[in-house]
Design a protein around this ligand. Structure first.
Ligand code: ADP
Length: 266
């Protein structure tokens, strides 16, 4: 249990949920620019990215759906232990969230969308060998894991090419491979199909469903701003809007709330 605000035992372990959150809040302090100063504005109100969110995520493939700015990435980063919420409690796989621990980072994989998180001049193997070392793996184990996950995501034939030569589809697969490096039990995918054509997006969805969830039993949390993507894919969904969980459950259960949320954000 993570006791961010010092309240012990605030989450009761009543189910097989792989993520449990209670009253999580995260605020950002926006920075002022010269433009603000020239208009006489010297401070701005905090941005509330997560506003006291509580939820449980059951095993399987679960969608985290909401419009741009809803707080999805902030929540993913909190679950991955990359940022610390201001208040609330959070646990993943029954562990307190602690991104500073290599063992935690191995068990909870995080795949960031896009290619900005990779070293462009290095090959996929070299990139993953580096990130493997950050997971606390030896050089030999890092390389072994890199080759294995690159084969798994279908990049075996291009694994020695510089990442700057990769297409968007290859970059997205590399991100997923990076999330899988530590053989995680839980994988966080942040908009993994962003920028992909329909064919590649469908292949990636099918890969996650068949190879990761069904074959390996990995629990996946998939963030997206496209509710249609989740319709046939997820066992359940969490709908996030303006930093709040506004609905959760099966697609049919949350459908009317989803329509409402996306209509209001047009
Ligand atoms: P989403 O992933 O759903 O698009 P984010 O979690 O990225 O949402 O952002 C939620 C809110 O927090 C947005 O209003 C965004 O502008 C703000 N935000 C995110 N990161 C920062 C940051 N580092 N500094 C200031 N504001 C941020």
């Amino acid at each position: 249990m993570s006791e961010i605000d010092g309240t012990p035992n605030a989450i009761t372990d009543t189910s097989g949920a792989f993520v449990r959150a209670k009253a999580l809040t995260k605020r950002y302090r926006p920075s002022t620019t010269w433009g603000h100063w020239l208009s006489g504005v010297f401070s701005l109100p905090d941005i509330v990215a997560l506003d006291s969110v509580s939820f449980e995520i059951q095993p399987g493939l679960v969608g985290l759906v909401g419009p741009n700015g809803a707080g999805k990435t902030t929540l993913m980063r909190a679950i991955a232990g990359l940022i610390t919420p201001d208040t609330g409690q959070l646990e993943v796989l029954g562990m307190p969230v602690d991104g500073s621990q290599a063992a935690f980072r191995r068990r909870v994989g995080y795949a960031v969308s896009g290619d900005r998180s990779h070293f462009w001049r290095l090959s996929a193997v070299e990139n993953l060998a580096f990130f493997g070392a950050l997971h606390g793996l030896s050089r030999a184990k890092s390389l072994e894991a890199a080759h294995a996950v690159l084969t798994l995501v279908g990049l075996e034939n291009v694994k020695h090419r510089a990442v700057r030569e990769y297409s968007t589809g290859m970059s997205q697969r590399l991100s997923v491979a990076r999330g899988l490096l530590g053989e995680p039990e839980c994988l966080l995918l942040d908009e993994p199909t962003r920028g992909l054509d329909p064919g590649n997006a469908e292949r990636l969805r099918q890969f996650v469903l068949d190879e990761l969830v069904a074959a390996r039993g990995i629990h996946v949390l998939w963030a997206t701003h496209d509710p249609q993507e989740m319709k046939s894919l997820c066992t359940s969904l969490i709908v996030l809007n303006r930093g709040r969980v506004v609905a959760d459950g099966s697609y049919n259960h949350v459908q009317s709330k989803l329509e409402q949320v996306f209509e209001c954000n047009d």
